[in-house]
Design a protein around this ligand. Structure first.
Ligand code: AMO
Length: 389
């Protein structure tokens, strides 16, 4: 907008010099070409109206270059979201969501929405949020795991879901939230892990290509950060990971630090940002009762993780579709099959072999946007300490 003392009508000049920053105004005027203006156009106002004033002082600068602490930014998130660089993260997120949805639909998947209020959890007790459900206790879904598997028995051969997942995750890390968006997929008639991995990498490559193309088309500042991923992604067996970490045969699950170190080694070695960690040992997946066990390969499952530069983005694998084995796995994990009656029923009337994965959208947005913390990938993040705004 062009305001020049002497040339702008005095009342308008006063209006703009006294209206506090960040107020909402309606302005009419003439648009003119201008070499000086950022977008090559300027507005010479003829009328202005204050629609909603902003209070002063602002708790958080919107146009100032000085960065505020993340906590301050999240406490006053609507002001923070007004910054173009912050908004850009959500433009990226929008395109990624659409890219994934299109990639699934192009492959014949049906989009499903499974319940988030559950009688029992999917992934074991520790990270469940209990809620009062009239005179009973219910839990918030940690994952659509049980339902996406049940749908395989319904004859829905390829399903995907984009929905919130809730985890009472006490750890205060850069990569954990208590509410995150999970992109889940499940497909019938797959037996081997590689069939699932091939589908996952195809979906990821396709979703990223769509996202990148859309962002490039509008000259978006984050477009170039979306990688052009090449298939196949490298596959590194778990036993090899343990050798690289200097603890061969330990059969311990990978922690955050292990994933980071592996990321440094593997990205350097393969030149690829995405890679699979494959063949998780049965001992590591002992609690993952729904993971298929192979009679001819007793020590390993087909379970895998998909990592991006040292951060786990997804995990999945072939499921146990044989009812007797599933019940045995539940018992071995210390769970009572009676608590899973609704789930187990789906295995009693014909269940095809199946498999799938869960993919954390927020982690991908966080890493692609190049921001410091996963909290910045959500509009109003939830963590161990934050329940508001
Ligand atoms: P898992 O527990 O590995 O697998 O979760 C799948 C993916 O979800 C993301 N994720 C998280 N993101 C942010 N904050 C969290 N607290 C958090 N927890 C998990 C990660 C992770 O890779 N049912 C299985 C999937 C399957 O087998 O299909 C599951 O939920 O990116």
């Amino acid at each position: 907008m062009t305001l020049k003392k002497g040339t702008t009508e005095p009342a308008l000049f006063d209006f703009f010099s006294t209206t506090p920053r960040e107020s909402v105004v309606e302005v009419e005027g003439t648009v003119q070409a201008s070499a000086k203006a950022q977008r090559g156009l300027e507005l010479v106002p003829t009328r202005a109206e204050l629609l909603s004033p902003s209070e002063v002082p602002l708790p958080l600068g919107v146009v100032d270059k000085v960065g505020a602490e993340l906590d301050t930014r999240l406490n006053h998130r609507v002001l923070d979201l007004r910054k173009p660089a912050v908004r850009a993260i959500f433009e990226l997120r929008t395109q990624l969501l659409d890219g994934f949805r299109q990639a699934f639909l192009a492959r014949g998947f049906l989009e499903v929405e499974t319940p988030k209020l559950l009688q029992q959890g999917a992934e074991g007790g520790a990270t469940l949020f209990p809620v009062d459900y009239f005179d009973r206790r219910a839990f918030l879904a940690q994952s659509p795991q049980l339902y996406k598997q049940m749908l395989m028995s319904a004859g829905f051969e390829r399903v995907f879901e984009i929905a919130p997942a809730f985890r009472a995750e006490p750890s205060d890390t850069l990569r954990h939230l208590t509410e995150f968006t999970s992109l889940d997929a499940e497909v019938a008639y797959v037996r081997e892990a590689d069939e699932i991995r091939e589908l996952l990498e195809a979906v990821v490559v396709d979703a990223l290509a769509r996202t990148r193309a859309r962002l490039l088309a509008v000259g978006h500042p984050l477009a170039e950060r979306v990688p052009v991923a090449a298939r196949p992604f490298p596959r590194v067996p778990f036993a090899e990971c343990e050798r690289l970490l200097g603890r061969p045969g330990a059969e311990e699950d990978l922690g955050t630090e292990d994933e980071k170190r592996l990321g440094e080694i593997l990205v350097e070695r393969t030149g690829q940002p995405f890679y699979f960690l494959t063949d998780f040992p049965t001992a590591v997946k002992a609690r993952t009762f729904y993971a298929r066990r192979y009679d001819d390969r007793p020590g390993v499952t087909g379970y895998f993780d998909l990592d991006f530069r040292g951060v786990e983005l997804a995990s999945g694998g072939p499921r146990e579709h044989r009812l007797d084995r599933l019940v045995a796995n539940l018992r071995a994990a210390g769970l009572d099959p009676a608590d899973f009656a609704g789930y187990l029923e789906a295995f009693r009337y014909g269940m095809p072999p199946h498999g799938g994965w869960g993919f954390g959208l927020d982690r991908l947005v966080w890493l692609l946007a190049g921001v410091g913390n996963i909290r910045e990938s959500r509009l109003f993040p939830r963590d161990r300490y934050r329940l508001t705004p």
